[in-house]
Design a protein around this ligand. Structure first.
Ligand code: SPV
Ligand code: MG
Length: 290
């Protein structure tokens, strides 16, 4: 069931392709393996889902070293290109370039940085989202580019999340393009894609654009194709699927004082053995143990 030999696409090729690519979130080795098995060409190492899976809130409670270790598991277990959600870079330009350097060493292909202050807060929390000065944030981007030139750098503007309007979003995106970003992520918390459409009309494809349709999930993907969006990220759906399933199973097992009724609804152990490729180990044992 697992094709571990197919050559993965590169993130830069996906970003430059004519039609949109779809990236699935991963927050650990298992979710990364399952996303690869489903056929996704690349992964989003989501700050929200990595934090949540560790029992942290998405406001930089997880340290950059912890995130880097999780990214290593995602890279190793999937073999896919991984775009890492680096939040706002965990501090100044200096923290951002250190993060970039370490992520590159762990095999990440891309880093996304957002123009917020440290600590950042998840974009969907109803509270103020103070933005960094565009000039200071550009320094963070430049430092990352200088330190890790082969890392794909996605600059994310939170101008629309912060209620600063379309002109501010476009101005910032242009400033970040000047600073050396390889792509722009424009984030929106509207329930439709109107802001994204507006942005795309005025952006004129200066750089590839990445979007995260968490709140505007009803948008047909054909619209992204028509707009010229390059990458669409399904940012949190494996973790939310797992949380719902774990809750159901826990409640049922507690109530029934038995695991008998959930057995048919959960993954068989054989699935886990298959996902983790125990067959490869058996083959290696034959080769190396004789
Ligand atoms: C994430 O997945 O952590 C993101 C996307 O940054 S969002 O949660 O929409 O901010
Ligand atoms: Mg995030």
């Amino acid at each position: 069931a697992n094709d571990r030999t197919a050559p993965p696409a590169s993130l830069s090729r996906l970003l430059c392709a004519d039609s949109p690519s779809f990236l699935m979130e991963a927050h650990d080795g298992l979710s990364a393996t399952i996303a690869r098995e489903a056929g996704f060409p690349a992964l989003w190492a989501s700050g929200l889902t990595i934090s949540s899976s560790l029992g942290y809130r998405d406001c930089n409670e997880a340290s950059w070293t912890t995130v880097t270790e999780v990214v290593e598991r995602i890279v190793d277990s999937s073999g896919l290109p991984v775009l890492v959600d680096g939040d706002s870079g965990f501090g100044s330009f200096n923290n951002a370039r250190l993060l970039a350097c370490k992520l590159r060493q762990r095999g990440a292909q891309g880093l996304c940085l957002e123009d917020k202050l440290y600590p950042k807060m998840n974009s969907f929390m109803e509270r103020p989202h103070p933005l960094a000065q565009a000039r200071e944030f550009s320094g963070r981007l430049q430092a990352v580019k200088d330190t890790a030139p082969d890392l794909i750098l996605v600059a994310r503007t939170e101008a629309l999340i912060a209620g600063q309007g379309m002109d501010e979003a476009l101005t910032r995106a242009n400033t970040y393009a000047d600073a050396g970003a390889d792509a722009i992520l424009v984030h929106s918390k509207r329930r439709d894609a109107a802001e994204i459409e507006d942005f795309m009309r005025q952006w004129h494809k200066r750089l590839p654009v990445v979007v995260v349709p968490t709140t505007y999930f009803t948008t047909p993907t054909s619209l992204y194709r028509e707009m010229g969006v390059s990458v669409v990220i399904w940012a949190n759906h494996s973790l939310r699927a797992a949380a719902a399933a774990m809750r159901r199973a826990c409640a049922e097992i507690k109530a029934e004082e038995s695991v008998a009724s959930v057995e048919a609804t959960i993954a068989p152990l054989a699935d886990l053995f298959d996902l983790m490729d125990y067959d490869e180990l058996a083959e290696a044992e034959r080769r190396y143990l004789g």
